[in-house]
Design a binder for this molecule. Structure first.
Ligand SMILES: [Zn+2]
Length: 125
């Protein structure tokens, strides 16, 4: 079951790293870096879920005691999922919101004078 172990250990490493990043991100860690981290974590998620499926099928076929292994891998995958969610929240906080049209709530550019959807004049804030 060496490959499964590798996968879940790797997942743990990345999980720790993501936590570290989340912690530090008060000090403006670039959003691009976090996005990159998310894409890495997402790849791990895919691998993990694949491995869980494989293990589950082996269990179904009666190959050894796999319930614990499946549980462990699910736990670590959930951790990765949580880390992704945390990073997304951080990115949201660091990304300035586009101004919205007061009438129709369409997202506008910073310098828009009129709403391109409904034509409402945008007052300077
Ligand atoms: Zn509008």
């Amino acid at each position: 079951m060496e490959f499964i172990k590798n996968i879940s250990e790797k997942a743990k490493d990345f999980g720790e790293k993501a936590k570290e990043i989340t912690k530090r991100s008060g000090e403006l860690l670039e959003v691009t870096k976090m996005r990159y981290e998310i894409s890495k974590l997402e790849r791990i998620m895919v691998n993990n879920v694949e491995a869980i499926g494989e293990l589950y099928f082996r269990k179904f076929k009666g190959e050894g005691e796999l319930a614990e292994e499946i549980e462990r891998l699910c736990q670590s995958t959930q951790g990765v999922e949580q880390d992704i969610a945390n990073l997304r929240t951080q990115i949201e906080k660091l990304t300035p919101k586009a101004p919205l049209c007061p009438k129709c709530q369409t997202a506008l550019t910073e310098e828009a004078k009129f709403c391109h959807n409904c034509g409402t004049k945008i007052e300077e804030q």
